[in-house]
Design a protein around this ligand. Structure first.
Ligand code: SF4
Length: 210
């Protein structure tokens, strides 16, 4: 069975939301795109609102590209969700459009698939998206393996450098001090940026945010 799903018309990506600039989800300042749609339902997932393929909104690829291209204080973007590889074809187009203006743009992707599942896919766009990625954080979130460390949710998730671009920043993903997050209000709902520590999660649970 294929990975890529059709969640929007050919010129649009179904997204939950995006921000043009943050320092909370990877090295340096970066834009972040949360795609909409995930089929896994990992227990304890903090992004349940991103699971429904009918949720979020379908946004024109060029509109997102233009927003990220013009945010010149960033050096790249992080794509998370939701599951990015379900819309790998659209994300290849998005990255292609951005890199046409900013060739040295960095790309970090969080996925619930393992690297092996993606590299063995028969879908060309899945493998093409991997080729455009500098760091892949792979595998589903497993609550029992959440060790409160670094910029990944649980210890089964690997931080895989696919290029040497961020080789000096890899400690961000494993340091005890690496987790930071922030809450913002967007479209009358709380949105979280970053990977929450256990203390942040407790507070959000108490407030009924997750
Ligand atoms: S893969 Fe990610 S977004 Fe999907 S359910 Fe698991 S933790 Fe949530």
């Amino acid at each position: 069975m294929g990975i890529i799903k059709n969640y929007a018309d050919e010129d649009r990506i179904r997204i939950s939301w995006y921000i043009k600039k943050t320092d909370l989800l990877g090295p340096f300042l970066r834009s972040v795109l949360w795609v909409q749609g995930c089929i896994r339902n990992c227990p304890g997932c903090i992004a349940e609102h991103t699971h429904s393929p009918e949720g979020g909104k379908a946004v024109h690829i060029s509109k997102i590209a233009e927003r990220f291209i013009t945010e010149t204080s960033t050096e790249g973007m992080t794509i998370t969700g939701g599951e990015p590889f379900l819309q790998a074809d659209k994300l290849c187009r998005l990255i292609g459009e951005i890199k046409a203006s900013r060739p040295n743009y960095g790309v970090i992707i969080y996925t619930g698939f393992t690297y092996e599942e993606l590299t063995s896919s028969s879908e060309k766009k899945v493998r093409e998206l991997l080729c455009m990625t500098d760091i892949l954080i792979d595998g589903p979130y497993v609550a029992e393996l959440d060790d409160n460390k670094g910029l990944r949710g649980s210890s089964n998730q690997r931080v895989i450098p696919l290029t040497a671009r961020y080789s000096d920043q890899m400690n961000l993903y494993t340091d005890l001090t690496g987790r930071r997050n922030s809450m913002v209000v967007k479209d009358s709902a709380f949105r979280m940026i970053g990977i929450p520590s256990s203390v942040s999660k407790e507070i959000m649970e108490e407030l009924g945010i997750i």
